[in-house]
Design a protein around this ligand. Structure first.
Ligand SMILES: NC(=O)C1=CN([C@@H]2O[C@H](COP(=O)(O)OP(=O)(O)OC[C@H]3O[C@@H](n4cnc5c(N)ncnc54)[C@H](O)[C@@H]3O)[C@@H](O)[C@H]2O)C=CC1
Ligand SMILES: O=C(O)CCC(=O)C(=O)O
Length: 520
C-alpha cells in the first residue's frame, strides 16, 4: 500500500511506515492541483497544517483508507467530507500542546520585555538601554481565553510566574478552572477591562472569528499585552494595529496570521509586535511525538486495528446497526446543548434495540454532539470518559428493553430536557421522535425553530405570517402534543437562519413559553 506525506514529519515516522512495508512518498509543498492529481494513487494521506484537504481532494482520494494529521487541529481537513466518504481522520491531540504553551510564554515575555527589538538594536550596532523599558509578569492579571489543553498548560506556567490568572471559556467547568487556579468569568466584557495580559487558546470557528475586534480592544486596559498562538482570524489584526498605533496596546506576540502562509499583516510595522510564522509546534520534541504517533495510527488504520484518536469515528467493523446511530447521537447531543444553552452537567443516554450493541460509541457520539458548538470536539470511544470529566459532564449510559415500537431508538436527557431519535429504513435519515417528551416525527434540517406555546387556534398562522414577512421559508413543520399539558411544541425546519429579533417577535405573537433557534 502507498502512503502520501505532504507536509514534513520526522524521519523516524517515515521509517516506521517503510519498516512495515508501505511505500511512502514525501512530496512537500505541492500545489492544490498537484495534490488532486497525485492523491488517487494513495491508500493513506499524512498532513500537518499546510496542506488543505478539501472536499475536492477527498473526492479524488478514491483509494484513501485513512487521513492522519500530525498535530492537534484538523481545521485544514474537510472532516465532514471525509466522514461522508467513509474515511477516518485521526490526529495526535497532545503531541504539541506543551510546545504551544511554552511558545505562548516565550511570546508573552518577549513582547513584555521588547526582546526582538532590543536584540535588533544590538545587531544594528546600537547600545540603547533607555529605549526598552518593559513590564514584569509578576502580580499582573493574565486573562486566558479558552481553557482547554493548551490554555490549561499556560495557566500552570503563568501561575509559576506569580501572575493572577483569570479566564473566559463558556464550555469550561468551574471545577476544572479551580483545579487550574483560574478565576472563571461568565462574559468577555467582565474580563477585558481588568487584564494586563491576554492570551488566546480557542479553536477557529464561526463564533471565534474576530472575537477580538475594535469593540473588544476599546474595552481593554491601556498598555495591555496580547498573545495569539491559537489561529489567525481570531484577533482582527487591523483593529489591533490601530490600537497599537494609538499606544493603547503596549505589545503583542502573534504566531498565527489570518492570511497564513502569506506574511502580510498590518502588525509588521510595529517593533513591539513579536511575530512568528506558526512555530508553536515547531520543536524537536513535539515533532517527534507527532510524527512517530501519527505513523503508528495510520499504520493501525491500514491494518484494520483500532486507531485511538479517530475524530470522525468511522470504523469499518462497526455494525450498521450502531454506525447509523452515530449521526443520530451527535445530532441529539447538539440539539440538547442548544436547548439547554450550554454544556449540560448531567447527560443520560438510553439506547434500545440493536443500536445498543456499542454504548461506548453512542456515548462518544452524544458527547461529541454536545461539545460540537465549541468547534471540533475530538471525542472518541477511547477518550469519552476523560473528555466528559474535563468538561464537567456526568454521563450515565444504559440499555432499555422498550424501543417504543421502533427497531432501535436513542433517548437523551440533560438537565431536565429530553430528546429521542430513531433511524428507520435504508435512507439512514435521523428522525426526532420526541422533544421535551412531546411526541412528533421530524427529520431536522440545518436550521430549525422550536416554540412551546399555548394550544390555541390561529397560532401556526401567526408564526407563518411573521416568518413570511421576514423572508424565512418554512420547509417542514411538526407539532407535538402531550396529554398532560395545555401547551404544544412546534418544530419548524427553516431554509435560513432566523435572527434573535425574529425569534423574539414570533415568541411574543404566540405568547410562547420557550423559544429556540437550532443550528445543525
Ligand atoms: N501555534 C500552534 O502551532 C498550535 C496552535 N494550536 C491551536 O491552539 C488552540 C487551542 O488548542 P487546544 O488547547 O488543543 O484546544 P482544546 O480544544 O483543548 O481547547 C479549546 C478551548 O477553547 C474553548 N472555547 C471554544 N470556544 C470558545 C469561545 N467562544 N470562547 C472561549 N472559549 C472557547 C473550549 O471550551 C476549549 O476549552 C487551537 O486553536 C489550536 O488550533 C494547537 C496546537 C499548536
Ligand atoms: O506544525 C504543525 O503541524 C501545526 C501545529 C498546529 O497548529 C496544530 O497542531 O494545531
Amino acid at each position: 500500500m502507498k502512503i502520501l506525506v505532504t507536509d514534513k514529519i520526522v524521519d523516524e515516522g517515515i521509517a516506521i511506515l517503510r519498516g512495515k512495508g508501505y511505500e511512502v512518498d514525501t512530496r512537500y509543498g505541492m500545489t492544490p492541483d498537484e495534490l488532486l492529481a497525485a492523491v488517487p494513487a494513495y491508500d493513506a494521506l499524512i498532513v500537518r497544517s499546510a496542506t488543505c484537504v478539501t472536499a475536492e481532494v477527498i473526492e479524488a482520494a478514491k483509494n484513501c483508507k485513512i487521513i492522519g494529521r500530525a498535530g492537534v487541529t484538523c481545521d485544514n481537513i474537510d472532516v465532514d467530507a471525509a466522514t461522508a466518504a467513509g474515511i477516518p481522520v485521526c490526529n495526535v491531540p497532545t503531541s504539541n500542546i506543551v510546545s504551544a504553551a511554552e511558545h505562548t510564554m516565550a511570546l508573552m515575555l518577549a513582547a513584555a520585555r521588547e526582546i526582538p527589538a532590543a536584540s535588533n538594536s544590538l545587531h544594528e550596532g546600537r547600545w540603547s538601554r533607555d529605549e526598552f523599558m518593559g513590564h514584569e509578569l509578576f502580580e499582573k492579571t493574565l486573562a486566558i481565553f479558552g481553557l482547554g489543553r493548551i490554555g490549561g498548560l499556560v495557566a500552570e506556567r503563568a501561575r509559576a510566574f506569580g501572575m493572577r490568572v483569570i479566564g473566559y471559556d463558556p464550555y469550561c467547568s468551574v471545577s476544572r478552572a479551580s483545579q487550574l487556579g483560574v478565576a472563571l468569568y461568565d462574559s468577555m466584557d467582565e474580563v477585558l477591562p481588568v487584564a494586563d495580559f491576554i492570551t488566546v487558546h480557542v479553536p477557529r470557528t464561526e463564533e471565534t472569528h474576530h472575537m477580538f475586534s475594535a469593540e473588544e480592544f476599546s474595552k481593554m486596559k491601556d498598555g495591555v499585552v496580547l498573545v495569539n498562538t491559537a489561529r489567525g482570524g481570531i484577533i482582527d489584526e487591523a483593529a489591533m494595529a490601530d490600537f497599537m498605533a494609538a499606544g493603547r496596546v503596549f505589545a503583542c506576540g502573534v504566531d498565527m496570521l489570518e492570511a497564513e502562509p502569506a506574511p502580510e499583516t498590518p502588525l509588521s510595522e510595529f517593533d513591539r509586535a513579536v511575530l512568528t510564522p506558526h512555530l508553536g509546534a515547531n520543536t524537536e520534541e513535539a515533532q517527534a511525538r507527532a510524527g512517530v504517533n501519527i505513523a503508528r495510527y495510520v499504520a493501525n488504520g491500514l491494518e484494520g486495528l483500532v486507531v485511538p484518536t479517530v475524530i470522525n469515528m468511522v470504523s469499518s467493523d462497526l455494525a450498521d446497526a450502531v454506525a447509523n446511530y452515530i449521526p443520530a447521537c451527535q445530532m441529539c447531543g447538539s440539539v440538547l446543548a442548544q436547548l439547554s444553552g450550554g454544556i449540560p452537567k448531567n447527560l443520560s443516554i438510553m439506547a434500545a434495540g440493536p443500536c445498543a450493541n456499542d454504548l461506548q460509541v453512542l456515548s462518544a457520539s452524544a458527547l461529541g454532539g454536545v461539545l460540537s458548538r465549541q468547534g471540533q470536539a475530538s471525542v472518541s470511544s477511547e477518550n469519552v470518559d476523560a473528555s466528559a470529566r474535563r468538561h464537567g459532564v456526568k454521563m450515565d449510559v444504559s440499555v432499555s428493553a422498550d424501543s417504543r415500537g421502533y427497531d432501535s431508538i436513542v433517548s437523551m436527557e440533560a438537565d431536565g430536557l429530553e430528546i429521542s431519535a430513531t433511524v428507520p429504513g435504508s435512507l439512514h435519515e435521523t428522525h426526532i421522535v420526541s422533544i421535551l417528551r412531546y411526541r412528533l416525527d421530524v427529520v431536522p434540517a440545518d436550521y430549525a425553530l422550536v416554540f412551546l406555546y399555548p394550544d390555541e387556534p390561529g397560532q401556526i398562522g401567526r408564526i407563518g405570517t411573521i416568518l413570511g414577512e421576514e423572508g424565512i421559508n418554512i420547509s417542514t413543520m411538526a407539532i407535538g402534543k402531550r396529554t398532560d399539558c395545555k401547551e404544544v411544541l412546534v418544530f419548524l425546519n427553516v431554509e435560513s437562519e432566523a435572527s434573535k429579533d425574529v425569534v423574539d417577535r414570533v415568541a411574543a405573537a404566540i405568547d410562547a413559553n420557550r423559544a429556540w433557534s437550532i443550528r445543525l
